[in-house]
Design a protein around this ligand. Structure first.
Ligand code: SF4
Length: 237
């Protein structure tokens, strides 16, 4: 991830040879030639296909990276994203492009460009995408159900409240589920589960095992924190 994309891109141009073109086959051939050249002379380098003007359709760029990943190159592959003026807002667009590739194990680094993002937004978006693809875990992972007629508490408000107290626990997975009917079965591989068991009542889980039952809601947040502490996974913020 690079916060200042233009500076980084300029530095890359100065440091490494670039080839330009829209013919993918030709581009891949040129990349292989340059890669061989860099290897022969011991030049550190990365490989990438920079989205030239940001107007290419989503599947075009993803397809390019898949083709690049097929080449027998032993240099890091950098995935580049440029926001295009489509109806899809930039975070969704970046997540869609990077997500499918990263989940398939393609890409060693990501680089992004969006006119409307601040440096802080770049960082937040990058780490969120990397975490969602499970290639770099940097914060707590939350799993929550979509809520339905069975939901026994305000899911959004409860999730926000628990997040505010536990979002610094790097690598810990916490599930917040609205009911015990389907919640425990849908917690995936969460380390801890916070599940509505009745009106104003919460059950707590460690993995798939229920360890506390019918805790009054007003005590449940602290009980969850105590449980995380008891399992050695708590860190002070
Ligand atoms: S876990 Fe329960 S409350 Fe949540 S969506 Fe599923 S059935 Fe509804």
């Amino acid at each position: 991830m690079q916060a200042d994309f233009e500076d980084y891109h300029t530095a890359l141009h100065l440091a490494f040879p670039f080839v330009e073109g829209r013919d993918l086959r030709l581009l891949l051939d040129q990349i292989q030639v340059l890669h061989a050249f860099c290897r022969e002379y011991g030049l550190p380098h990365v490989v990438s296909i920079y989205p030239e003007d940001g107007t290419q359709p989503f599947d075009y760029q993803v397809g390019n990276y898949r083709a690049l990943a097929q080449l027998p190159l032993d240099a890091p592959l950098v995935l580049c994203f440029r926001h295009r003026n489509t109806n899809l807002e930039p975070v969704s667009q970046a997540a869609t492009e990077f997500g499918s590739l990263l989940c398939d194990g393609i890409g060693d680094a990501i680089m992004m460009e969006c006119d409307t993002w601040s440096a802080k937004t770049y960082t937040q978006v990058a780490f969120t995408i990397l975490q969602a693809a499970r290639v770099r875990i940097s914060k707590t992972e939350f799993i929550s159900c979509p809520s339905c007629g069975r939901t026994l508490f305000d899911l959004q408000e409860t999730t926000a409240r628990i997040k505010s107290q536990t979002s610094h626990l790097k690598g810990v997975k916490i599930a917040i589920m609205g009911c015990i009917v389907n919640g425990p079965g849908e917690m995936a591989d969460a380390d801890f589960g916070y599940v509505g068991s009745g009106v104003g009542k919460i059950d707590l889980y460690v993995g798939k095992e229920k360890v506390k039952t019918n805790i009054p809601t007003e005590q449940a947040d602290q009980a969850l924190i105590d449980l995380i502490k008891a399992h050695g996974m708590w860190q002070d913020p």
